[in-house]
Each structure stands twice: as C-alpha cells, then as structure tokens.
Design a protein around this ligand. Sequence first.
Ligand SMILES: [Zn+2]
Length: 330
Amino acid sequence: MPLVTSKEMFKKAYEGGYAIGAFNVNNMEIVQGITEACKEENAPVILQVSKGARAYANHTYLVKLVEAAVIECPDIPVVLHLDHGPDFETCKACIDGGFTSVMIDGSHLSFEENIAVTKKVVEYAHDHGVVVEGELGTLAGIEDEVVVESGKESYTRPEEVEEFVTKTGVDSLAIAIGTSHGAYKFTPEQCTLNEDGILVPPALRFDILEEVSKRLPEFPIVLHGSSSVPQDYVKMVNEFGGKMPNAIGVPESQLRMAAASSVCKINIDSDLRLAMTGTIRKFYAENPSKFDPREYLKPARANIKEIVRHKLVNVLGCAGKADEIMALYK
Ligand SMILES: [Zn+2]
C-alpha cells in the first residue's frame, strides 16, 4: 500500500468516534518507534513533518524514511503530512515532493488573507490528489518556528468556520479550543490543585468544539498542541540533569473525549520528545563510559514506541482500526 491521503481515515474516524494520531518525525528512530507501535497495534497513522524538520533532516531524507516505513508496514495506512506549512511555496514543494497531505497555516493572517492563501493551496493540492488542512484561531505556545506569545492566542470563532470551509475547500480544519504547543501549555497560575497536590489545567473549550461541529456536520476537526506531558518523563528529565520545571500538558481524559467527537486528527509531538530526552539523559547518567549512539538511541526508540502504543490504545482509540480503512481501498 503506497502512502495515502487522510480522506478515508477521517471518514472512518468520524463515524467510529476515534481520532488518528499525527506524530512529528525528525529522524529514523522516531519514524521507527511510531510506525512499529502502529504496525503492532494495527493502527492508521499520520506522520507529519514541520518546516523545522525539513530544515533539520532535509526533505528527501524524511520522505525516504517514511517510504521505508510504508514498505515495512504494508498492512496499515500511512499519510505523509506537512505540519504548519507557512506559505504556498512550502506547500507546493511538499505536494510536488511526495507528501499526500499539507497544512497551510494562515491563522496569523486576517480572515480574508487566510482564506486567500488557503484557497490557493487547496486548488494546487487537489489538482495533485493531495488533501489540505487549514487553521482558524491561534494556539499559544512554541512549536519549531511557530511562536505565539501567551496572551496573543485566540479561540476559534464558530461563526467563521462555515464561510472559511466553503470558500477555501479545505478537507479538514484545525481549531483553537485551549490546547497549546510545547511542554509548557499552562502556567501553574492557570491551574488548580487537586487533593493529591497535582496541578490540573483548565478544561478545553468543548462548547466551541460543539458549536463548530454543529455548523460543519461530518467535517473532520484537528487538534494541535495535544501532548499530555507525562509527568514520569518530566521527572526523569529533571532527575538526570534536565531542567523542565512546571511542564504541563492536556489531560488525556479530555483528549479521549475530543477523539470521540468530531475531532479526527490529534497532533502529538512534545510527549515523544520527552520520552526520547528522558531516556537518553537517564542512559548517560547511568552509563557515563558509553559512547555508541546506538546504545542510547535504542532505548529511546523503544520508549517512543511504548508511548505511541499507549496513545493509540488509551487516548486516540484508533488501535485495531487499520483494517476497516484499508478495506476502503480494495
Ligand atoms: Zn501545531
């Protein structure tokens, strides 16, 4: 099965009350960790590449790594997606260069400018059999080169979504309902303390999600910035020389609720970064004389695989769903 678009995945995810995991890839070990988990759990997957990933690893290397994963995992559907395409040219380069899905992020532009650039990307993408994700509303936080200062974020305005989708022709829409990029999604001041002394972040704006879904029936919604920042990995990082105080993510129970609704794609990156960094820090601390990169990348890859498996089974609900999507292609 060659790379596919997300069209069939989103159709099944919407009907079935689950979401597809969109995981960011930057090197071979990350691609392998994610896809080995998806292969074993029989889960569809979106591998996404940011502008920063293309700058780091080079477009061709990333495409070939993903193509290798497709060969190794012939029984699961795999999408190669551009995350936060900053302009038409970057989207075009990815469409011409083997991607099956792109995001054009015009969320920092005016509503009219966002529509114009998104429409331009959609026209080119659809001519080439590629699907497009747009964005309305802005998330706080930092993701590669997408930086939104705290206080400059804005929730999606439901009254704008129909016009945006109709005028642009996008295939899916990322909305802002309180998730945020990076490992510091909320300040301790925004959180409340539960009885165990653990910081609980504010709830996502499910009222906005509901209103958007009402206006766009059967239309796939995307959530960015949806890492949960597992505290055992934050602890591991801090215990072995790291410094990540007050790293806080979105509770998995809220993401599970979102996945059961119109949300068909959930982006997770920071949790994989944390698993990799925590594991490597621990390895260095416990094995100061070792210097073979394979020795620390191997457990890092294994822990990426396990955290992805956990997301597929317990958060996204897409484990075991590869077959019903593959059947649509036969
Ligand atoms: Zn994002």
